[in-house]
Design a protein around this ligand. Structure first.
Ligand code: ATR
Length: 292
């Protein structure tokens, strides 16, 4: 029921037409009895500041922020959470009396997905594919989860090194190495004791580019016992197929997407959610993905 007390929430990005966040957030409000609606706002870059001013004036209680504005909103925030500050990226805004506070829920979202999927990271050896914005959140999640050794693979090695420099100093117990090709990673992986966890955080393999994978190196897959892809469309990426074909377990990014959204919802409403509704919400997201 929409009434005069209904709270407004929304997504800011460009484009936003294919987002599953409205389906997810409106379902969450339904399940947890929150009187609110969540809409998607397709915003031109020149209108970003006006959008945030307008949102504050109209009392829009919370926003999610997606591509390409995760950095661009930062100057308009009244303050940032520790995660948002460290990642230099904001995907959640909460309205306070002072204005919007910026949070980043990608990292806690991925950490909860690891937990939900039973992927243990403590003292683990991890190979991270990619060094862009998504990789930054993935690296932060892996380090925060207690990984013991991380090899970052990125064709532009400098970006891998920059990522290492940004986060490594906060996690001195973890050894971080950077290479520019999977073949180089393989020699480091061979020296490791047991199976590796490979975390695919590039956009390679995402719909409609479903026939692509960031590496074809067979040895890479045979040394990997767990593969995690942050892509959720298609449901099974070529990377995941290769991990499975080599006998490993593979997971897609849908639970990361769900849990980052649930974390935003928790921040807006000052609550903590358990896993009661997770399966139902995943189905709702899958349906929304099919409708796009
Ligand atoms: P996002 O925010 O989705 O992470 P991004 O910051 O542009 O996007 O990062 C994209 C990542 O995918 C980068 O690691 C990029 O590698 P480079 O840093 O070398 O550009 C990686 N990537 C994109 N296309 C790729 C391709 N065809 N082969 C290998 N890596 C690719």
């Amino acid at each position: 029921m929409i009434d005069s007390k209904t709270g407004l929430y929304g997504l800011i990005g460009h484009p936003v037409g294919h987002s599953v966040s409205p389906a997810l957030q409106n379902a969450l409000m339904d399940l947890y009895g929150i009187n609110g609606v969540y809409l998607a706002f397709d915003i031109e870059e020149d209108d970003l500041e006006d959008t945030l001013i307008g949102g504050e004036v109209m009392g829009v209680k919370g926003f999610n922020v997606t591509v390409p504005y995760k950095q661009a909103v930062i100057p308009f925030m009244t303050s940032l959470s520790v995660e948002a500050e460290r990642l230099s990226a904001v995907n959640t805004l909460k309205l306070t009396e002072e204005g919007y506070v910026g949070y980043n829920t990608d990292m806690p979202g991925l950490m909860r997905a690891f937990k939900y999927d039973g992927v243990e990271l403590k003292d683990r050896e991890v190979v991270l594919l990619g060094a862009g914005g998504a990789a930054a959140a993935a690296l932060a999640a892996v380090l925060e989860s207690g990984a013991g050794h991380v090899v970052i693979v990125n064709r532009t090695k400098l970006k891998a090194e920059q990522l290492k420099n940004r986060f490594g100093r906060f996690y001195e117990k973890c050894r971080i190495e950077c290479v520019s090709a999977a073949a180089e990673a393989v020699s480091l992986m061979k020296a490791g004791g047991r199976g590796w966890m490979a975390l695919q955080s590039t956009s390679v393999g995402m719909f409609p580019d479903v026939g692509s994978v960031v590496t074809d190196n067979e040895e890479f897959y045979s040394l990997t016992d767990t593969g995690y892809d942050i892509i959720f469309n298609p449901e099974e990426t070529l990377f995941m197929k290769k991990v499975r074909a080599a006998g490993g377990a593979a997971f897609n990014g849908l639970r990361m997407l769900l849990f980052q959204g649930m974390r935003s919802f928790e921040i807006w409403n000052g609550i903590e959610t358990d896993d009661t509704h997770v399966e139902k919400l995943l189905k709702i997201m899958e349906e929304a993905l099919k409708r796009r």
